[in-house]
Write a protein that binds this ligand. Structure first.
Ligand code: V0V
Ligand code: CO
Length: 142
């Protein structure tokens, strides 16, 4: 069902400081920065590698407010891995299939994600404690 690990999301207090750390330590490059009001985050995507089924990234996440998902996570658990995102060919189809297996969907419909993607989240309690994101990449520009 999954094409790749699209990204691993890391919650942090200071996005610019964490970007500098990942760049200088691992030689990664920022390929996108966005503010996503709906998700309550300021985020950056750092390229890791390209594969036959698309690219993979580290997503650094700074909360826009303390009562956002990432703000609450930081208050409760501190900085660290927040979610794992799997690439899927069709996010609506994957939501239907996984919902049919009894996994709780946190979104009723796909939402806007980084770099023009469509995304949806699965409840961490139904996935072994791992907040799981489904990502459908936008169609390639011709
Ligand atoms: C909460 N829990 C987690 C978790 N967040 N477990 C693993 N990983 C996480 N990130 C646990 C928490 O410890 C509780 O367990 C339980 O789930 C319920 O959490 P809660 O604190 O009572 O509830 P909330 O209000 O914090 O909500 C948690 C959920 C929320 C996961 C429902 O954060 C959510 O809807 N997230 C989806 C949206 C999101 O995260 N957006 C930001 C990324 P105990 O303590 O009861 O055992 S945006 C993004 O990735 C974008 C834009 C992109 O990729 O393009
Ligand atoms: Co994400």
């Amino acid at each position: 069902m999954f094409l790749r690990i699209d990204h691993v999301g890391i919650a942090c207090h200071d996005l610019e400081a964490k970007i500098a750390f990942f760049e200088s330590t691992f030689g990664m490059t920022v390929v996108s920065r966005e503010v996503n009001e709906e998700q309550g985050v300021r985020e950056a995507m750092l390229h890791v590698a390209d594969g036959p089924n698309g690219s993979s990234y580290i997503q650094l996440l700074e909360p826009l407010s303390p009562d956002s998902p990432v703000g609450k996570f930081l208050a409760k658990r501190g900085e660290g891995v927040h979610h794992v995102a799997f690439g899927v060919p069709d996010v609506a189809e994957a939501m239907g299939e996984l919902g049919g297996k009894g996994i709780r969907l946190l979104d009723e419909r796909p939402r806007h994600g980084s770099m023009g993607s469509s995304i949806a989240f699965l409840h961490p309690k139904d996935v072994g404690g791992m907040l799981t994101e489904l990502v459908q990449a936008p169609p390639p520009r011709t």
